[in-house]
Write a protein that binds this ligand. Structure first.
Ligand code: PLP
Length: 378
């Protein structure tokens, strides 16, 4: 039988971040030394307390199906953190899956979702998978949302705005005014805000402002978070959504018929993450802060222009003055043996940019950045 790809999947693009990293891994497997500044996952081991908790949970029999919204202990721990009730909380296999459930639960086919570019590549694809139409809007020269421009893009079909602060790929952390203005805009126009706060613990200079400050869940706030970044738990696949109980109910239906639930013993261990691992998180954040400082010093010494990132673990840099007529990420992989992510993965207007991740060792960062400098002749 001849397989033909269904139309809805033909539209779906590969993950830009995973693709870049795969190419580098291929070179590494051939014995080539590559400095990997591409992936968006902490290089730290998951704190031992969390691993022990998962092991003990397995021994205690937490190896069966769990309720489709998550186990009560974890929902309760998350609810306490956010001062809500369990009915506002759903645990998902990674926040990425949570974003899919959320979009699928609010979008009718053809409705529009506003995306603030540069933006994490999966949003656009998840919107399309959910039957929605992504409407991409560039942020300003400091990677801050331009409220007037967003207003102009709101149509009768607009259903939601996805916001990600601290931001992947720019590291921008939106201040009070931006979050307040976006909240007001959403409330006035009856739009959902999907606030992806997965990097909320990784803030170095300014203060993290959550949409919780200016919106209620009943106003249409859908908050996304997870364990991957703050607790170095990317492989555990655990995230969560906080929103109104009526949306949670729809999402639970969706999860019940697809994943069933996230892995049960991983959920038990996540309670330990939330309740007992504050020191571990702090020490990881301190190390990220040091790495960020090292990169800032290196870039400033060379006089390279860039927008200073305040959070997450990325720098998003325009190399258009140095690399002409080539994708800068491909150029750097070939000439510098450094793997970074192409700006194109985050929006069509960022082809001259690269995303540099510092979720890797200081040695790799320093050697990688030196190699980049050599390859671009500065
Ligand atoms: N949201 C953003 C902005 C991300 O950068 C990532 C991962 O790179 C995710 C969500 C996905 O995280 P999770 O591992 O919880 O699915």
């Amino acid at each position: 039988m001849k397989y033909s790809v269904p139309a809805r999947l033909l539209e779906l693009e590969e993950s830009a971040t995973l693709k870049a990293s795969e190419k580098a891994n291929e070179m590494i497997s051939k014995g080539i030394k590559v400095f990997k500044l591409d992936v968006g996952e902490p290089d730290f081991q998951t704190p031992k307390k969390i691993i022990d908790a998962a092991y003990n949970a397995m021994l205690k029999g937490f190896t069966h199906y769990a309720p489709s919204s998550g186990i009560p202990q974890l929902r309760q721990a998350i609810a306490e953190k956010y001062s809500v009730t369990q009915s506002n909380v759903m645990v998902t296999p990674g926040s990425k899956q949570g974003i899919f459930y959320a979009l699928y639960s609010i979008i009718n086919p053809g409705e529009e979702v506003l995306l603030l570019n540069p933006s994490w590549s999966s949003y656009k694809q998840i919107i399309k998978l959910s039957g929605g139409v992504p409407v991409e809007i560039d942020t300003d020269e400091n990677f801050t949302p331009d409220i007037d421009l967003i207003k102009k893009k709101i149509s009768k079909k607009t259903k939601a705005i996805i916001v990600n602060s601290p931001n992947n790929p720019t590291g921008a952390v939106y201040g009070n005014k931006t979050i307040k203005d976006l909240s007001q805009l959403a409330i006035e126009n009856g739009l959902f805000i999907i606030s992806d706060e997965i990097y909320d613990r990784l803030v170095y200079e300014s203060e993290f402002v959550s949409f919780r400050k200016y919106m209620k869940y009943e106003d249409g706030l859908i908050l996304v978070n997870g364990f991957s970044k703050a607790y170095a738990m990317t492989g555990w696949r655990l995230g969560y959504i906080i929103t109104s109980p009526e949306i949670i109910k729809q999402m639970a239906k969706l999860q019940g018929h697809t994943a069933t639930s996230p892995t049960t013993f991983a959920q038990v261990a996540a309670v330990t993450a939330l309740k007992e691992c504050e020191e571990d998180v702090r020490s990881m954040v301190d190390e990220f802060a040091e790495r960020r400082k090292i990169i800032i010093e290196m870039l400033d010494k060379k006089g390279l222009k860039y927008v200073r990132p305040e959070g997450a673990f990325y720098f998003f840099i325009d190399l258009g003055n140095y690399i002409k007529n080539a994708d800068p990420a491909e150029y750097l992989l070939e000439k510098a043996k450094v793997s970074v992510t192409s700006g194109l993965g985050f929006g069509d207007n960022y082809s001259s940019y690269v995303r540099i991740s510092y979720a890797t060792s200081r040695e790799t960062i320093i050697s990688g950045i030196e190699n980049i400098f050599n390859a671009i002749g500065i």
